[in-house]
Design a protein around this ligand. Structure first.
Ligand SMILES: Cc1cc2nc3c(=O)[nH]c(=O)nc-3n(C[C@H](O)[C@H](O)[C@H](O)COP(=O)(O)OP(=O)(O)OC[C@H]3O[C@@H](n4cnc5c(N)ncnc54)[C@H](O)[C@@H]3O)c2cc1C
Length: 302
């Protein structure tokens, strides 16, 4: 099938948007990456199911993404279909102490909703620019807490088009990981089990967490947050800084002076530049500390 045919077929089948040859620079926080052959922005769980089924039937690769804040898309882009679950599928419902959010809901918005509803527990996530699906899949965390501390269960779509409900223990959370990719699931909704608290105190905690980030992270540039996961008992940022990598630059990709585990895009960085910088950082940390750094960001595309 030609791209225009896929665009037409999917365009008729789903309620959300379908675009062809869409630059991934517009959809990743690093602002790098070549085009996605086809991008679908679903507006319902049914759109997600239809898109997944279509990809399977047509033998097309399917890449699921949320807000693109943890992705490095290579310069030649992504073949097949990119299913971007974000703004079109972002309803949030508060019932007692439980918040149910669709996978595309923006995590900082969810934190603010929780604060306004007088629910505590989501303050750690107020500065994580993720979708709920991406944050749960990555077990995103900060300030000593992570999604595993607040998620009580999820609804997800299986490879054969069924919806399953998983309790927290079946999501398979570990440090910055979950069992979602291995199970081949697409997260549809997540339940957050929070505790009652004082809205003013919760909002004050949110403010403090945001302020800490502003002080320690290069938020003025496009980045993907921490590039490497912290090795057990160590800080990747400390290892990178002390291996002498701060300020290293390839093209427009620069190891941040403010936080060594962030690579900033000064404007025109290519994925190739970032990947080269990643290799150099890994080599220098290995030479000096004999530690193998593991990527936290997900590299996709060709
Ligand atoms: C300025 C900045 C600060 C950051 N700070 C933090 C931080 O403090 N802590 C932290 O942990 N991370 C942080 N990050 C990284 C990033 O926000 C998290 O990893 C986040 O969880 C990624 O969510 P996303 O929606 O952007 O996912 P994406 O980057 O779009 O995707 C990430 C992964 O999730 C999968 N995924 C996305 N949606 C779904 C779904 N619905 N179902 C199944 N799989 C899905 C994708 O396939 C991919 O493998 C930061 C990033 C930036 C740019």
């Amino acid at each position: 099938m030609e791209l225009w045919e896929i665009e037409q077929c999917l365009g008729k089948a789903v309620k959300g948007e379908v675009i062809s040859r869409e630059s991934m620079k517009n959809h990743t926080s690093w602002r790098v990456g070549g085009p996605a052959d086809i991008m679908v922005l679903p507006s319902s769980a049914e759109d997600i199911r239809i898109c997944r089924q279509f990809a399977t039937e047509q033998g097309l690769p399917l890449t699921v993404m949320g807000n693109g804040s943890n992705m490095l898309v290579k310069d030649k882009g992504i073949r097949g279909i990119v299913l971007k679950i974000s703004r079109g599928f972002n309803q949030v419902e508060v019932k007692g102490t439980v918040i149910t959010a669709e996978a595309g809901a923006f995590v900082p918005t969810l934190s603010v909703r929780a604060a306004r509803a007088g629910l505590t527990g989501m303050e750690f996530a107020v500065g994580i620019p993720a979708s709920v699906g991406g944050a749960v899949s990555m077990n995103a965390g900060a300030h000593g807490k992570s999604m595993a501390d607040v998620v009580s269960g999820i609804a997800a779509l299986t490879g054969d088009g069924n919806t399953v409900f998983l309790g927290k223990e079946d999501v398979g959370f570990s440090y910055r990981k979950s069992g979602i990719p291995d199970k081949g699931l697409v997260i549809l909704t997540a339940d957050f089990d929070l505790k009652p608290g004082e809205p003013e105190e919760i909002m004050a905690a949110n403010k403090i967490n945001l302020e800490k980030r502003r002080r320690s992270q290069p938020l003025e540039f496009p980045t993907a947050g921490s590039v490497f996961a912290n090795p057990p008992g160590q800080w990747a940022g400390w290892l990178i800084e002390n291996a002498g990598c701060k300020g290293m630059r390839i093209g427009d990709a620069l190891v941040s002076d403010k936080h060594a585990n962030f690579i900033v895009n000064l404007g025109m960085a290519k994925a190739e530049d970032i990947l080269e910088l990643i290799t150099r950082i890994k080599n220098l940390v290995m030479q000096k500390y004999h530690v193998e750094l593991e990527l936290e960001v997900r590299v996709v595309g060709e």
